[in-house]
Design a protein around this ligand. Sequence first.
Ligand code: GLY
Length: 379
Amino acid sequence: MLNLLKDNQNWVENVIAKLTAKMDAVSERSKTKIPYTTKNGKHDNQIETDINWWTNGFWGGMMWLMYHETGAPNYKEIANFTEDALDLCFHQFYGLHHDVGFMWLPTSVANYKVTGNSESRKRAMHAANLLAGRFNLAGGFIRAWNDDTASEDTRGWAIVDCMMNLPLLYWASEETKDPRYAQIAIKHADTALEAFIRPDGSVNHIVEFDPFHGGVVRTYGGQGYEEGSSWTRGQTWALYGFMMSYMHTGKQKYLQAAKRVAHYFMANIPDNGVIPIDFRQPKDPAYEDSTAAAIAACGLIEIAKAVGEYEKDVYVNAALKLLKTLDASYCDWTTDSDHLLMKGSAAYHHQDIHISIIYGDYYFMEAIFKLKGNDLFLW
Ligand code: GLY
């Protein structure tokens, strides 16, 4: 139990009232879409542009969170619509990579957990098998992406984001009582513990392994500023991802890993609570990423729930600082724009900087419901 102070409880209730009013309007407008971002305040639609896009599970996940909170049937209907739309990805197959966890945990696994829908279970099992099939036995890692060209050979590439896909494998083992899926997840997490987390608690984004013999070949800066830098969303994928491996396995080493990354992250939160794209980026331009703040808050809250009474406040207070900054300065609470969080950034060297991104909205919402103690844990 978090036992928030009364002021903080009131703040959470106030944010939930704003969320409910906002989502009531936005869900109706976007009920036949799978959004990634907004253009002029209106959601785009990945069903028309890129059905395989890795973020296509988050809108469905938001609908399940809202359904859990309000019980309003329209949220369930929209979630079902997005889940059906994702079936095309299975048919196309070649567009899928390790992010099948991000896509089918908040949609099919969520649906199955909430309603027991057997079709959803089948989809989620299919996705879990696709993820398991990406495991590299020699290197003990799950391959991230599919490129295999002369200019970009990713056969040996693993990325820290994959820690967030592992819960699909834990779920599959919990569901079937077949340990193979969890065995793969644990092996990947163990490899990531060694190869991604640096001694100071910061993490690499991309690690290339020798795909034939195993062993680290080199690291890449990936979506961060440069090799050796500290892409903030990558830090949060590790923070929350190792926490999830702890929650599913009970292994203390994953909790310790999540805490190490969390301590590094908290030590780097600026006084104003604004999270940059990379903790080691140049001061100017002052690029920001609101999505990293929201994801970090989710992980910090889970750490707070796992540690003892004497330790938890440091994590709760850091999460509150991040979320209150988002509420006050980054949330668009008007009901005529479709996005919630502003100033999300896809990557440091990318044109999609300071835009709204759907997973920012998703994790902000998840964090708020966690604080309320009414979290529908979709991972
Ligand atoms: N998983 C890709 C990203 O965080 O942008």
